[in-house]
Design a protein around this ligand. Structure first.
Ligand code: DGL
Length: 292
């Protein structure tokens, strides 16, 4: 790995967080809210601080180095805010950052990452053709290559890697059910259906918000698989191991506090009303104490 270590020597480490502290969740934008909600449903006594780097979304077309630096910055912000663990709820950021972050923070601040859920798709596929839809950067990273090598023996299953740069902006703009978005989906998914793929791995955390659009187009043809429930279980395991599971939560606590690095909290509030399930109390604000 090239020498980046952008940023912050751990000269003044934070005191070890208690079980009452929030879980930190990070994504380039609002896609990681698909993961936040899975974790919130699985762990009903937890509350969350969510960092959306809307000043720099999308990460997909960015360089490896730039993705690593932006991710390190966001995770440091969550750490300084007193979060007890951080979930990198972004396949693109995870692809370039997990090793560095884990080495940097050590046991004091556990880091949970994600990788496209290829394994269940391969196990369930009948046609033995599965497609992974992810950003170009995710496909450049080592994590996905390792997963393909481990779970997709080329003589047993064919894996089709597909990318589409339009999709993340549609989700960010609240246009995930628009005719334009469906057109983009058709452009990228028609060819994989023609090649007989029966499972589609949603390899970007923005894409679970496209499920209804995809299902309306390919109802009986594609089974959709994402990493949400696996990440929720992994988060629970890490919290248990570190004795950080919260036993109770105050009734009036806002469960999901969202912070955005761009100046667009007001506009996003309207989008989030359609993306966050009504049982989860939430708020959104612009970040004022940026580190860089
Ligand atoms: N949500 C992201 C992912 O899981 C990244 C999207 C982007 O910023 O390009 O890969």
């Amino acid at each position: 790995m090239s020498a980046i270590l952008p940023l912050y020597p751990l000269e003044n480490p934070m005191p070890k967080a208690s079980a009452d502290a929030p879980i930190g969740i990070f994504d380039s934008g609002i896609g990681g809210l698909s993961i936040a909600q899975e974790i919130a449903n699985y762990l009903p006594n937890e509350h969350f601080v969510y960092y959306a780097d809307t000043a720099h979304v999308p990460y997909g077309p960015r360089s490896d180095q730039n993705i690593r630096e932006l991710t390190a910055n966001a995770i440091e912000w969550l750490y300084r805010r007193g979060c007890k663990v951080a979930v990198v709820a972004c396949n693109t950021a995870s692809a370039f950052s997990l090793d560095y972050l884990r080495e940097h923070y050590g046991e004091n601040f556990p880091i949970i990452g994600l990788v496209p859920a290829l394994k269940p798709a391969v196990l369930q596929s009948k046609s033995k053709v599965v497609a992974v839809l992810a950003t170009p950067a995710t496909f450049r990273g080592q994590l996905i290559k390792d997963v393909i090598q481990r779970f997709a023996e080329p003589s047993q299953v064919e894996v089709l890697n597909v990318t589409c740069l339009d999709l993340v902006p549609y989700v960010e703009d609240g246009l995930h059910n628009s005719p334009e978005c469906k057109e983009s989906l058709k452009r990228v998914l028609d060819p994989i259906v023609d090649k007989n793929a029966d499972h589609l791995v949603l390899g970007c955390t923005h894409y679970p918000f496209l499920k209804s659009a995809i299902q309306s187009l390919y109802e009986n043809q594609l089974t959709l698989v994402d990493s949400g429930s696996a990440v929720a279980r992994q988060t629970a395991r890490i919290l248990l191991k570190n004795e950080l599971i919260s036993k109770t939560i105050a009734k009036d606590k806002t469960r999901l506090r969202c912070f955005v690095s761009g100046q667009n909290a007001k506009e996003l509030e309207i989008v989030l009303k359609h993306l966050i399930q009504p049982e989860i109390t939430w708020s959104i604000e612009n970040i004022v104490d940026k580190l860089i």
